[in-house]
Write a protein that binds this ligand. Structure first.
Ligand code: HXC
Length: 521
């Protein structure tokens, strides 16, 4: 009996030793170096991200089987990535967290296989994938096997797209082809100062283009949040990034067959706000911040802005309305008068497609003077890119509600979830101006001869502008055709929207059968 206990204890002790060894990653010195860089370790990150003691590690004992370039003397349990499943706010997620302390978090056969395993499982069981990226890229010693492992992951990212939400948190290096896994996922969160992403690094850039740039300048968090739009969120540090991840997940369903979570709160459904009546300036050329309207109509403190620093002439993000998760798309009159251009069209289109894929209803707040004119826009494809937004709205079958706060001119009127492209409930404020174009442009076309021949052309033009504004600068003609369903008092917007989304909660709409669509990429 004692001998039996002794033998079993030996086995238990071996298991414990192996697990302890795995938990140590690349060892104390490398953990210290990670901390010195103001970075948490792979396991510390998981600990913070998941509910207490909910994380179940998988493949902790996996390791590479390579002996190339002395790798046989550098065998680490786990092979540089911690994978498994855990809970975030009591909802399951599959997680991988690259361990920079092990061979620089470099990715090779076993490391890649572990990531693929959790992704396959996530897709089968319908659970989001969160990837914490911190890696020197393809493990040089394992050569082409590493490249194959990357491609295995890219394929799974693609297959999981639109099935389960995928979130990439970049918490260290992410370079070369490695960037393409996060790029296929739904959201990228980058940590300031400690993370960067680029296809080719500063040294190669200098050789090829003679540009001298730091890693931060070339591919740091601020660069990707404001210039390229690759990053959706910027975090100040690891903890901030993990908090953003948790908050983001709170708006999302587990998969494309589920509804987003309903989280009731204390903000009264019927709260009205008189300030909304006066928020749009009487002068149509005066800007205002659309975020003030978003804040006033949503459940208190629930607005999570996505892509905050990119294409700021459009605002997108998640809010709650009466506890329901809603994706909001809003022209921003405070930036470029809220005009639609290439970047804002792409930004909004991608967001709309994400929401539609995951059953998140859409609210559009519209104040748009039109598309941005100019050779730069035309030559870089405002036609194709503007069409992305139109396409995204048109194909979306989730509940879609629009409120026109002020301008709805030209093609932009059609694009911004008009009734004609399946807007379900379209409202306008009394300050709305719905017309083919602004008054000045319009009178210059239709009354050109009359203005030119007038005794005082300027005075005559002003007169005609006033007449045009009187006639068309309002929501009532559109209302007379049923192009909007009601003109509402702004202060009542919140209760009206909550009621609208309640009405639409069981909406069923379909697109014709197709293998997939052909959005103008
Ligand atoms: C093997 C790697 C590695 C890699 C880092 N290490 N990257 N080992 N393959 N790709 C190892 C280092 O040798 C070192 O081991 C340890 O990780 C920590 O790296 P350091 O250089 O000491 O850290 P740091 O100074 O912070 O620099 C980090 C780094 C640098 C900037 C990421 O390591 C680096 O430049 N690595 C190479 C990056 C790269 O070129 N990767 C390939 C990209 S191409 P020791 O034992 O000394 O601690 C690619 C293609 C993918 O990824 C294609 C997919 C389609």
């Amino acid at each position: 009996m004692d001998e039996n206990k002794y033998l079993i204890d030996q086995k238990l002790s071996k298991l414990k030793d192996l697990k302890n060894k795995a938990a140590l990653g690349g060892g104390d010195a490398r953990i210290q170096s990670q901390h010195d860089k103001n970075k948490l370790t792979a396991r510390e990150r998981i600990d913070f991200l998941t509910d207490k003691q909910s994380f179940n590690e998988m493949d902790a004992l996996a390791h590479h089987h390579s002996n190339s370039y002395g790798l046989d003397k550098q065998v680490f349990l786990g092979d540089g990535v911690v994978t498994g499943f855990g809970n975030i706010s009591q909802r399951k997620v599959m997680i991988f967290s690259q361990d920079f302390t092990v061979l620089g978090g470099s990715l090779a056969e076993q490391h890649g296989r572990k990531i693929c395993k959790i992704m396959d499982m996530a897709t089968k069981i319908g659970v989001p994938v969160v990837g914490l990226n911190d890696s020197g890229g393809a493990r040089v010693q394992e050569g082409v096997i590493s490249l194959g492992a990357y491609a295995d992951i890219f394929l799974r990212n693609t297959l999981a797209s639109g099935v389960v939400p995928q979130i990439s948190v970049i918490m260290g290096p992410c370079a070369g082809g490695a960037v393409y896994s996060p790029a296929i996922t739904d959201f990228i969160i980058m940590v300031k100062d400690t993370s960067y992403m680029f296809v080719t690094g500063p040294k190669v850039v200098k050789t090829v283009t003679h540009e001298e740039l730091t890693s931060e300048e070339l591919g740091g968090a601020d660069t990707h949040a404001s210039k390229s739009g690759v990053a959706h969120f910027v975090a100040n540090n690891d903890i901030d990034a993990l908090n953003i991840t948790k908050k983001l997940l709170s708006y999302l369903p587990q998969n494309n067959a589920e509804e987003p979570p309903f989280i009731p709160n204390d903000d009264p459904y019927d709260r009205m706000d008189k300030e909304l009546n006066y928020i749009v300036p009487a002068n149509p050329n005066q800007p205002y911040d659309i975020r003030d309207i978003i804040d006033k109509i949503s459940d208190k403190d629930t607005f999570l802005e996505v892509h905050k620093d990119y294409a700021q002439n459009i605002v997108v993000g998640f809010i709650r309305l009466g506890g329901r998760s809603i994706g909001v798309i809003a022209n921003q009159p405070a930036v470029l008068a809220g005009v639609l251009d290439i970047n804002s069209s792409k930004k909004a289109a991608r967001f709309i497609r994400f929401c539609d894929a995951f059953n998140i209803p859409l609210l559009t707040l519209e104040d748009v003077p039109g598309f941005l004119p100019g050779s730069d826009q035309e030559w870089n494809g405002i036609i194709t890119n503007g069409a992305k937004l139109l396409f995204a709205y048109s194909e979306a079958t989730v509940p879609k509600v629009t409120v026109i706060t002020r301008k709805a001119y030209g093609g932009a009127y059609d694009v911004m979830n008009s009734k004609h492209i399946r807007g379900d409930l379209n409202y306008a404020w009394p300050t709305a101006e719905i017309a083919v174009m602004g008054a000045k442009g319009a009178v210059e076309i239709i009354f050109k001869k009359e203005i030119d021949s007038a005794a005082d052309p300027v005075a005559r033009e002003d007169e005609l502008i006033n007449e045009y504004n009187e006639k068309f600068g309002n929501p009532y003609i559109a209302a007379s055709y049923g192009y909007i369903d009601d003109v509402i008092e702004p202060s009542r917007t919140r209760p009206i929207l909550i009621e609208a989304f309640n009405l639409l909660q069981n909406k069923v709409d379909k697109n014709p059968y197709k293998k997939h669509d052909n959005i103008p990429l």
